[in-house]
Design a protein around this ligand. Sequence first.
Ligand SMILES: CC(C)(COP(=O)(O)OP(=O)(O)OC[C@H]1O[C@@H](n2cnc3c(N)ncnc32)[C@H](O)[C@@H]1OP(=O)(O)O)[C@@H](O)C(=O)NCCC(=O)NCCS
Length: 193
Amino acid sequence: MWSDQALHLLGLPLTGQPHLIDDNRVVHVTSGEVERWLATRRAPKWWNTHRALVDARLTEGCKLFAHVSDGVPVHRAWLTMSATRIGSDFGFWVGTNTPIAVLWDDFTEPSARRGGLQKASIASRVRLAQLHGESLWAMATVRPDNSASLRSYEASGFKVVATLHRACRFGRVRGRLTSKGEGLETLHLRLEG
Ligand SMILES: CC(C)(COP(=O)(O)OP(=O)(O)OC[C@H]1O[C@@H](n2cnc3c(N)ncnc32)[C@H](O)[C@@H]1OP(=O)(O)O)[C@@H](O)C(=O)NCCC(=O)NCCS
């Protein structure tokens, strides 16, 4: 018996698309600001725990976005511009021939949830990708049971363009990509091991 897990790939075309309304609550964070949070000891727990990872991502050119409340970041999210593949925690990548902006690792502190911060963060990242990138699509991955995140991306105009499946049996793992058409045909998505 194979056990199957799924991950939706959501996409939004960036060209000819009106800008989402960006209320500037979630902003692109410079590394100087990061240092300031650390100096004032008001960095959130996730920041201190994963400091090396955060630094490595910034060095690679990934862009960090945050909403700050009383000096403490309560929402964070990442953007990679002009990518040609999107990662998953299934051990597979999905490659594309089209340059894409990848929105990933969205997180809102439990105390700040349901306040519209993820949607604000999506708008802010999409806007930066539209203004400064060469990406033709914005993309994100969301598990089918993550209703909060699916809701935010779909409310922002994203649609499920493909689904990545990971099947496992007796330690053997298989990946499979399915789509109703748009993902595979328009974005030329393909599974990479
Ligand atoms: C997913 C997450 C980022 C949402 O952040 P948020 O700032 O609360 O998001 P928003 O307030 O912009 O919107 C969330 C939407 O989902 C809805 N929602 C929240 N919790 C929900 C739940 N358990 N079930 C269904 N819908 C839910 C909200 O009502 C809102 O929809 P609405 O605006 O139509 O009312 C946050 O819950 C989180 O950090 N979760 C853990 C990490 C995670 O799952 N990250 C996303 C990985 S793809």
